[in-house]
Design a protein around this ligand. Sequence first.
Ligand SMILES: Cc1cc2nc3c(=O)[nH]c(=O)nc-3n(C[C@H](O)[C@H](O)[C@H](O)COP(=O)(O)OP(=O)(O)OC[C@H]3O[C@@H](n4cnc5c(N)ncnc54)[C@H](O)[C@@H]3O)c2cc1C
Length: 663
Amino acid sequence: MNIIYTDVLVIGGGLAGLRTATGVKERGHDVVVLTLVPPKRSHSAAAQGGMQASLGNCRMGEGDNEDIHFEDTVKGSDWGADQKVVRMFVNTAPKAIRELAAWGVPWNRVRQGDHTAIINAQKVTINEKSEAHGLITARDFGGTKKWRTCYTSDGTGHSMLFAMDNKAHEDRIEVHERLEAIALIHENKRCYGAVARNLMTGELVAYIAKATTIATGGYGRIYSVSTNAVICQGMGQAIALETGVATLGNMEAIQFHPTAIVPVGILTTEGCRGDGGVLRDVDGYRFMPDYEPEKKELASRDVVSRRMTEHIRKGKGVPSRYGDHLWLDITILGREHIEKNLREVKEICENFLGIDPAKEWIPVRPTQHYSMGGIRTKYTGESQTLKGLYACGEAACWDMHGFNRLGGNSVSETVVSGMLVAEYISDFCDSEESSINIHTSVIEHFVNDQQQRLERFIHNKNGEDAYVLRRAMEKIMMEKVGIFRNGKDLKKAVEELEQLLFRSHNIEVFRSKSLAANPALVNAYRTKRMIKVALTVAYGALLRTESRGAHAREDYPERNDKEWLKRTIMRWDDPDKTMPTVSYEEIDIDTMELPPGFRGYGKDMTIRHPKSEIRQRQVDQIRVEVEEEGLDRFEVQRALMHYEELLPEKYRGRNERLNEPLI
Ligand SMILES: Cc1cc2nc3c(=O)[nH]c(=O)nc-3n(C[C@H](O)[C@H](O)[C@H](O)COP(=O)(O)OP(=O)(O)OC[C@H]3O[C@@H](n4cnc5c(N)ncnc54)[C@H](O)[C@@H]3O)c2cc1C
C-alpha cells in the first residue's frame, strides 16, 4: 500500500486550492496538492469578467469601501449569506487584489483624463483623476453600486491562476497531477486524508494529513448545459457527503448565467453587459428596461435570467433549431473596445459561432453557471461536523453568497478564502489537536474498500451503462430543477433521480476492462456520485417552499423570511439509503448588520419575519447614537456586528484608499 504523509492535503489545484497551499507553506507546513488536470488548466482559468474588491480608484468607483461591497453582497444573496463571513470577505478582498498585483497579475489600470464608456446604451465621457493614474481600475459588473470589478481585459481568471501557479512553483509546492481523490479517510468524526486514484496507472494512494482541504470547485456538470468545464462534476462535495459525517449546505442554490452562447453553453462574460452591451429580443427590442427600470441588464444574475426566460415564454424569443434564445448586442461598444477589453468573447464568437461580435448580435440564453451550495463549513473553513476537513472556493458553502452570488465575487472568494483558511489550518496544525492517531489497518480498510468498488464496476455482468444514467440525470436536472421550479416537477425529479441512484448500484463498465487509464471506469464511479449530488439539489429545492435568490418556485413566489430564513443542510448518514438526511440551520436576524429587506431589484414579494423590523429599528438607533458621538464608519460597523476578532490577526488591518489614507 502506497501511503504519503504530509501536514496539509489540498484537493484541487484551482485558485482556492493553490492559495491555501501557498498560505500553509508560508507558515512552515508541508503541503501536497492533488489535481485532476495541471493546475493552470483548472476551471478558474475560464473566469473572464473580473474580481470584486472595493479599491475605489477609478472615477465610477469613487467613494467605494467595504460597507458598500458588504451591502451589495448581502442584498445579492437575498439575505441567505452569513453576514459575518461577508464582512471578513469584503475586508480582505482589497488585500488579495494587491497581493496578486505583487505576484504579477497585469490588472488593467486607470489612465488619467477622459475616456468614453457606454452606460445605458448612451456614450458618456468619464474623466479619471490624475492621482489615480496607474492604479488598478474596475468595470461595471454584478449589479454593484460602485464599479469595483478589477480585471485583466477578459482573461482575469487566466492571469490570476497563472500568477498563482507561478507562486506555487516558486514556493516549491508539491503538486500531484492526474490524481483524483475518490474517498476521504476518517474515523471518529476526524478526517485524516484521502484515498486518491492515479488516473494514468489506476494505482490507489493513501494521503494522510493533519488537515485535508477540499477546493474542487462546483458541481455544474450535473446539468446537461453548463458554462462549467467538464471536470466540474461535484466530486469534492460527493466524497464529503459519502463520509456520512460532513454536511453540504444549500445545494439547491444554483446560479444560471444570463448570457451563455447557444447551443454550446460557453459563457460570454457579464463584462459584456457591464461595459454597455444590451439584450434584445426577436424584434431587436431592448426589453430589460421594461422589467427592471433601475438596473436593467445589470440586475443580479438570478433576476436577469428569470426575466429572459419570462420574455421567451411570452413568445419573444428567437426560434432556432436548439430552442429559443435572445440576442446579446455588443456591437454598440465599437470594435476597438471589443478587441481591447473583450478579446476572449470575440474569439469565442469567431471560433464557436462563426460570427464577428463587433458586427453581429450574439445568440444567448440563461445556462447553469455557479454552485452557491457546497461543503458546509464554519467561518474558519472547517467542516462543522468532521474535524480536520476544510473546504474553500466554489466547493464550499462558507457562506458569503447565500442564494445568489454577485458577478466578480467568486474568484475573489477563492483567493480570499484561500488566504484566510490557510491561516486557520496553520493554527490547527500548530496545535496539539492536530496530532494524527490512526491505525494503518484503518487506512488499509479505506483503500481496499475503494479497490473493491472499482473492481465491481469492471467485473459486473448484465449491468447498467453509466453513460445512459448520466444523460438521464442531466436531462432531469435541466428540465425539472432549472430556473423556474415547481413542486410537481421537483417531486418527479427526486423520484426519478432516486431510481437512477438505485440503478447506479449495478453499473457495469462495458468498454475497456482495464483498471488503469480508463475513461469509462472514471465515468462509472463519478456518475454514481453525481447522481447523489443531483439528489441533494433536487430534494433541497423540493423542500424549500419559497423563492429566494436563484431558487425560484412558481408555486411559492414569495421570499418567505418567516419560515425559510435558514440554510438547508444535507448529510448522507447511511450509505444504503437512497436519500440524504435533511436538517436546517437558522440564520439569526438578531445579530445581523443588515436586517432582511428589499434587494432593490426584482419584485419585492417578501413575507417578512417579525424580527426583521425589530432588528432594523435597533440598527437605526445604534447608527444614530454612534454617529452622534462623531465616530467613524468603522466604529459604526463595530457597534452593529462584531466580526474582526474572527479574522486571522494578519489580515485585520484597514485598507488604504485614495480618499481614505492610512494614518
Ligand atoms: C465560464 C466562467 C466564467 C467565470 N467568470 C467569473 C468571473 O469573471 N468572476 C468571478 O468572480 N467568477 C467567475 N466565475 C466563477 C469562478 O471562475 C469559479 O467559481 C472559481 O474560479 C472556482 O475556483 P475554485 O478554485 O474553487 O475551483 P476550480 O478552479 O474549479 O478548481 C478545482 C480544482 O479541483 C481539482 N479537482 C476536482 N475534483 C478533484 C478530485 N476529486 N481530486 C483531485 N482534484 C480535483 C481540479 O483539477 C481543479 O484543479 C466564472 C465561472 C465560469 C464557469
